[in-house]
Design a protein around this ligand. Structure first.
Ligand code: HEM
Length: 406
C-alpha cells in the first residue's frame, strides 16, 4: 500500500475509529512520508517533536487559509478557531497566550486539587446511584463529561446551571479540527460556534457590568484596558478555552478508563498505589491519545528525518502515531504503566504546547485512583461506541456496571 492509500484508509470511518493499523502502514514509508502533492504525514516521535518546535513551521495564517479554504471567513466555526491562540502565529499568538496563562501556572493548578477531588467524589456518588441494582450506566454522561466541564466552567466563571448546554455545541464545533470535513459537518460546527459565541457574548456583558474573580473577567479587563485583546479575539479565546478545556479531558477519562478496565492487574495496582497515578496517566495519554493529530505548514524549506520539506508544505503531525513510534517506545502497542518515560506527544510541543496540560493531568490523576477505590467492582457492560472522529479520539458511550461502592 502506498502512503496516499494508507492516508485514505486513515481518513475512512474505520480508520477514524481505529487509526493504529493505518499509522503502521504510513510508518512503513518512513517517519516523514510524502502522502500527496505537498502533503507529508509525520509518524516519527523525534520528527514530530522537532517540527512542532521549529519556528519555520507554523499554523496557517490568513493568506494561506484563503488559498486552501476560501470560505473560512464566512464560517463562524472556522473564523472563530482562526482568531484564537490555537491557530495564530507569533507575535499575536504570544500576546493572547500570555493573557490566559496566568490562570494555568503550576501553583494555580495545584491549588485546584481539592476542588477537583470534591467534584469527582460527588460524581462518583451520582454514578453509583444511577447504577444501583446492577443497571448499566454510561460513564461518559455521568462522569467523563461533567468532571472537566465543571472544572473549566468554575475557572471561567460559567454558572453551574448552564453546563449541560455545552456538550452538543462543543462536539459540533470541534468537527472543524478534523482533517477532512463534509458540508453537513461544517454546518453543524457553524451552528455550535454560533451558540457558543452567543453564550459568551452575554457572559462578557455580565462580567463587564459586575466583575468576578474568574478568567472571563480577567480577559474582559485585558480587552477593556486597551489594545491587548480585540473583541473578536476575546470571544474566540473564551470559546477555545471552554472547548479545549473539556472535549479533550473528557476523552482522556473515557479512553483511560476503558484501558484500565481492560487491564485489571494494572488497575488493581493503581487502586493500591494511588501515588503512581502520574505515571499511569502519562502512559494512558501515550497509549490512546485524546488528541491524535495537529497540522502545520512550512514557512521555509525544512529538512527533517532525512526528508526535504519545501516551503508551503502541508504537514499532518500524527501525535497518536508518534506516541507509538517503536524507536522511542519499545513494544509500543503494550499498555505499560511502569515504562521508564512514556513522554507522550499528546499535548503537542513548542509554542502551542497545551496550556491546560497541568489541569488535564490533575483531573485524571485525581479521578482514576478515586474511581477504582470507591467503585472496586466497576466493569465494562456491553460494547462501547467510538466517535467517528480522528483528531479528538474518544467514546460517544462507554457502558459500565458499578457494583457495590466501597
Ligand atoms: C493546545 C491537547 C486539555 C487548553 C493543545 C494542543 C494539544 C492539546 C495537542 C496543541 C495543538 C497544536 O499544537 O496545534 C490536549 C489534551 C488534553 C488537553 C490531550 C487533555 C487530555 C486541555 C485543557 C485546557 C486546554 C484542560 C484548559 C483550558 C488548550 C489551549 C491550547 C491547547 C488554550 C492552545 C494553546 C496555544 O495555542 O498556545 N492541547 N489538551 N487543553 N490546549 Fe489542550
Amino acid at each position: 500500500m502506498d502512503a496516499a492509500q494508507a492516508l485514505a484508509s486513515l481518513m475512512s470511518p474505520e480508520g477514524r475509529v481505529d487509526p493504529y493499523p493505518a499509522y503502521e502502514w504510513l510508518r512503513a514509508h518512513g517517519p516523514v512520508a510524502a502522502a500527496g502533492p505537498g502533503l507529508y504525514a509525520v509518524t516519527g516521535h523525534a520528527e514530530a517533536d522537532e517540527l512542532l518546535r521549529d519556528p519555520r513551521v507554523q499554523v496557517l495564517d490568513d493568506n494561506l487559509r484563503d488559498g486552501v479554504m476560501p470560505q473560512w471567513r464566512d464560517s463562524p466555526a472556522l473564523a472563530s478557531i482562526a482568531r484564537s491562540m490555537l491557530r495564530t502565529n507569533p507575535p499575536d499568538h504570544s500576546r493572547m497566550r500570555r493573557l490566559a496563562a496566568a490562570a494555568f501556572t503550576p501553583r494555580r493548578i495545584a491549588g485546584l486539587r481539592d476542588v477537583v477531588t470534591a467534584q469527582a467524589a460527588e460524581l462518583i456518588d451520582t454514578l453509583a446511584a444511577a447504577g444501583r441494582d446492577g443497571r448499566p450506566v454510561d460513564f461518559m454522561t455521568h462522569f467523563a463529561y461533567p468532571l472537566p466541564v465543571g472544572v473549566i466552567c468554575a475557572l471561567l466563571g460559567v454558572p453551574a446551571a448552564d453546563r449541560p448546554l455545552f456538550r452538543r455545541w462543543a462536539a459540533d464545533l470541534t468537527g472543524v479540527l478534523e482533517p477532512e470535513l463534509t458540508p453537513d459537518e461544517l454546518a453543524s460546527a457553524d451552528a455550535g460556534a454560533t451558540e457558543l459565541r452567543r453564550y459568551f457574548t452575554e457572559l462578557v456583558a455580565a462580567r463587564r457590568r459586575r466583575p468576578a474573580d474568574d478568567l472571563t473577567t480577567a480577559l474582559v479587563q485585558a480587552h477593556d484596558a486597551g489594545d491587548r485583546l480585540s473583541a473578536e479575539e476575546l470571544l474566540a479565546n473564551l470559546v477555545i478555552l471552554l472547548v479545549a478545556g473539556f472535549e479533550t479531558t473528557t476523552n482522556l477519562l473515557g479512553n483511560g478508563l476503558a484501558v484500565l478496565l481492560a487491564h485489571p492487574a494494572a488497575a488493581d495496582a493503581l487502586r493500591r498505589h494511588p501515588e503512581h497515578a502520574p505515571a499511569y496517566v502519562d502512559e494512558l495519554l501515550r497509549y490512546d491519545s485524546p488528541v491524535q493529530l495537529t497540522t502545520r505548514t512550512t514557512a521555509e524549506a525544512v529538512r527533517v528525518g532525512g526528508v526535504e520539506l519545501p516551503a508551503g508544505s502541508w504537514l499532518l503531525l500524527l501525535l497518536g502515531a508518534a506516541n507509538r513510534d517503536p524507536r522511542r517506545h519499545p513494544d509500543p502497542d503494550r499498555f505499560d504503566p511502569w515504562r521508564a518515560a512514556p513522554s507522550p506527544l499528546s499535548f503537542g510541543a513548542g509554542p502551542h504546547y497545551c496550556l491546560g496540560a497541568g489541569l488535564a493531568r490533575l483531573e485524571a490523576q485525581v479521578a482514576f485512583p478515586l474511581l477504582l477505590r470507591r467503585l472496586p467492582e466497576l466493569v465494562p457492560a456491553g460494547t462501547p461506541r467510538r466517535r467517528i472522529r480522528l483528531t479528538l479520539r474518544g467514546y460517544d458511550n462507554l457502558p459500565v456496571t458499578v457494583g457495590r461502592p466501597a
